[in-house]
Every structure is written in structure tokens, then in C-alpha cells.
Design a protein around this ligand. Structure first.
Ligand SMILES: [Zn+2]
Length: 209
């Protein structure tokens, strides 16, 4: 491979939400520390209820220059909601995000659990509310109990396989994620990666408001 062709773009994304299990505090802040130290911009999809409980961390995410997206309010499967229910839930999260940061998260949305990302009904409901769903190419499964080293190896391997424009899904609360981020960034940069915000990827550039 020539040097030019070995260069590729990667967009890291983090879903910030209340996990359905006990978790330690401060992980999101440590992820932000790691991203900041490496000057890596990312996207954070914010659950409204999480934002309401973590307004200061939410503000820091915005202040650090990351892209804010909407990850619903109650983290229900969008496929289970009525048209009106989907709209109410999405707007509720939007209001929480705007209240905490002054930033309008539109048009960026990520369906909880990815449920609905291929559903015309869900996508039409999101579009009517001003959103488009952002899925992923690399599912880190960082919640699944990997060690930090194991997670680092997994994400690096899968991102190299996904290639240019890879969108990587991680979460804001698993402790191994905060430990693994600096190594993931270092190894992928060594392999030719440039980290960009989601809205800088050519596939999404026309979407940005
Ligand atoms: Zn989620």
C-alpha cells in the first residue's frame, strides 16, 4: 500500500446514557480527558434522562468541542413507540440537551440499541422531528466485559477492517472504555487514521445544518 492510500478517516461516537446496571462514577469525564489529551473530536449521543442528571458533564462535552446528538429520553426501543410517542420522547431529550448546553442536537440521532435504524416508520418519524439516525460500522460491545487491552485490540482490528469513514460505537460509562481510548487512538493513528467528527465525514457533510 502507498502511504496515501493507507490514510483513512475514523469517527468515534459515544452513547451517553444510564446503563441498566450498577456503574462507577467519573468514566465519562475520563473518556473526555483521554480525547482531550489526544486532540480527538468525537460525537456524543445523549440520553435526555442522563443529561438531566449530569448537566455539568454534558456542558463539558459541548465545551470540549464534541458533536452533540440525541439518544432519546427514555432509551426505549423506537420500534415500540407510537408516532406521537416517538415525537414526544425525542423532543423531551432535545429540550434537556438544549437546556444544559444551548446546543440544538438536530439533525443527529442514534436509535437506542440500534432498534429501528432500518424501519421506514421510525426513520420517517425521526425525519419529521428533524433528525436522521446515525448507525455504526464498528460495534465495540464495550459493555460486554472485555478487558481494556482486549477492547483496544478488538476496536483497532475492527476499525482497520471497516476502513475509510468507519464510525465506531462506544459508550460513556464502561470503565474499560476510558482506559482503552488512548491506546485505540495511538494505534490507529500509527496505522494512518485521522480522527474526525462525524459531521466531517463526506457521507454526512451535506447533512450538517
Ligand atoms: Zn444507548
Amino acid at each position: 500500500m502507498t502511504e496515501a492510500s493507507s490514510r483513512f478517516q475514523v469517527a468515534l461516537t459515544f452513547d451517553a446514557e444510564h446503563p441498566d446496571r450498577a456503574h462507577e462514577a467519573g468514566v465519562t469525564e475520563r473518556i473526555l480527558d483521554g480525547l482531550g489529551a489526544a486532540s480527538v473530536p468525537a460525537a456524543f449521543f445523549l440520553q435526555g434522562r442522563w443529561v438531566e442528571s449530569q448537566p455539568a458533564v454534558t456542558r463539558r462535552i459541548a465545551d470540549d468541542g464534541h458533536l452533540l446528538g440525541n439518544h432519546s429520553h427514555h432509551h426505549a426501543r423506537m420500534t415500540l413507540l407510537s408516532k406521537a410517542g416517538l415525537r414526544t420522547d425525542v423532543r423531551k431529550a432535545e429540550r434537556a440537551i438544549v437546556e444544559a448546553t444551548g446546543v440544538d442536537p438536530r439533525p443527529w440521532f442514534r436509535c437506542p440499541f440500534g432498534a429501528g435504524w432500518t424501519s421506514r416508520r421510525v426513520l420517517d418519524g425521526l425525519a419529521a422531528a428533524g433528525y436522521r439516525d446515525v448507525h455504526w460500522d464498528v460495534d465495540s460491545k464495550d459493555w460486554a466485559g472485555y478487558s481494556a487491552r482486549g477492547l483496544e485490540r478488538r476496536v483497532v482490528r475492527m476499525t482497520l477492517e471497516a476502513g475509510d469513514g468507519a464510525i465506531v460505537l462506544m459508550h460513556g460509562w464502561p470503565p474499560p472504555t476510558a482506559i482503552a481510548v488512548p491506546g485505540i487512538v495511538r494505534r490507529l493513528r500509527d496505522a494512518g487514521a485521522t480522527f474526525v467528527r462525524l459531521d466531517e465525514l463526506p457521507a454526512f457533510a451535506s447533512t450538517a445544518a
